[in-house]
Design a protein around this ligand. Structure first.
Ligand SMILES: NC(=O)c1ccc[n+]([C@@H]2O[C@H](COP(=O)([O-])OP(=O)(O)OC[C@H]3O[C@@H](n4cnc5c(N)ncnc54)[C@H](OP(=O)(O)O)[C@@H]3O)[C@@H](O)[C@H]2O)c1
Length: 352
């Protein structure tokens, strides 16, 4: 091996060794303390470049980040295909989490973001989705399989019963739910132990703290925190809703619209001030804050750029003092964001 290559390998191995691991649930699932949200590589947040997305995934592996998050709904379908391509020959380096149950129709070209057409938790649907995801991902077992949204027409026992069958068949290792209500989590966990609940959780989305997080801790279930950067807002790099491309999902989201956007910008400016005093970015402060909320919580920031990934990974070594935590709490107390986190048409799918 050439000298330079050897140096680079040694450097990467050191970096990989530094990446903390966290346990999700009590069934044995261990992942890097920070995962990588892959949704934006195929969907939701404007323009994208496949080569840079794949380079970002490979850089994540070099940095010891092994926990990838996708769903059959992202694209739809194309995000799983992209992950499949990126992990070929690297299966042993990654923990693949995907989801079923949120149905979307592909958007017609130029027509904007593809809307949700339904939620399905029927056992036959669960089984067929799993087979299709395995095929797109090019793997024979999904490490963590979530129901993306709870189907209120199908008893959770039936859906989770089908997921448990997939575990017994060796097609899935661990299971979880996303945005489920407390009662549903309890009933699901009684059928088959859940390893994780995936919910939005960040400085400006604190809903799990009231009821769900205490329940997860009682039952021994991990929390995977999605949109930990507030869909990019908490990084302080978004300046105007007019900057979004026509197909950017955030155009539909109340927090990113008009007066809400302006008010939220004021909050982020204050968070940016605290971060600047520490010599870090506001995005790093937002991630360090999530990481500090408990070792049972794993944030999965999303990016399709290597530079952002490296910045986000570096947040893993940021410590926040008690005084800084108190200051953050006065700037952004729970529930202080302006605007709900989903449009009304999508709020009905959460917490049920
Ligand atoms: N279960 C669910 O219902 C659900 C819902 C939403 C998301 N998720 C999952 O959670 C993952 C993460 O959430 P998310 O992607 O919605 O939101 P996020 O992680 O809060 O933010 C992603 C946005 O932040 C930008 N960004 C990332 N790092 C940055 C940095 N260092 N500086 C400036 N901007 C930065 C990204 O830009 P670029 O993309 O341009 O790099 C992207 O626009 C998703 O990828 C998905 O896998 C799950």
């Amino acid at each position: 091996m050439a000298g330079d290559d050897m140096q680079r390998t040694a450097y990467n191995e050191q970096e990989a060794e530094r990446m903390e691991q966290r346990k999700l649930g009590t069934q044995g699932l261990a992942v890097s303390a920070q995962g990588l949200g892959c949704m934006g590589m195929s969907d939701f947040y404007g323009s994208r470049d496949e080569a840079e997305s794949i380079a970002t995934l490979h850089r994540a592996f070099e940095l010891g980040l092994d926990f990838l998050d996708t769903s059959d709904a992202y694209g739809p379908f194309t995000n799983e295909e992209l992950i499949g391509k990126a992990i070929r020959g690297r299966r042993d380096k990654v923990v693949v989490a995907t989801k079923f149950g949120l149905m979307r129709a592909p958007a017609a070209p130029g027509s904007g973001w593809a809307p949700i057409t339904g939620i399905c938790g029927r056992p036959d649907y669960v089984r067929s989705c799993c087979d299709a995801s395995l095929k797109r991902l090019g793997i024979d077992c999904i490490d963590l399989y979530y129901q993306h949204r709870v189907d209120s027409e199908v008893p959770i026992e039936e859906t989770v019963g089908a997921m448990a069958e997939l575990v017994r068949a060796g097609k899935v290792r661990y299971i979880g739910l996303s945005e489920a209500g407390a009662e549903t989590i309890r009933r699901a966990h009684a059928v088959h132990p859940l390893s994780a609940l995936q919910n939005e959780y960040s400085l400006w989305s604190r809903d799990p703290e009231d009821e769900v997080l205490p329940l997860l801790r009682e039952l021994g279930i991990g929390l995977v925190a999605y949109s930990p950067l507030g869909r990019g807002f908490l990084t302080g790099t978004l300046k105007s809703p007019d900057d979004f491309t026509p197909d950017d999902y955030r155009r539909n989201s109340p927090r990113f619209q008009g007066e809400n956007f302006r008010k939220n910008l004021e909050l982020v400016e204050r968070i940016r001030g605290i971060a600047a005093r520490k010599g870090i970015t506001s995005g790093q402060l937002a991630l360090a804050w999530v990481l500090a909320q408990g070792e049972d919580i794993v944030p999965i920031p999303g990016t399709k750029h290597r530079s952002y990934l490296e910045e986000n990974v570096a947040a893993g070594s940021v410590a926040i003092s008690r005084e800084e935590m108190d200051e953050i709490a006065t700037v952004l107390p729970g529930g202080s964001a302006s605007g709900s986190r989903y449009p009304e048409s999508m709020m009905k799918f959460i917490n049920r």
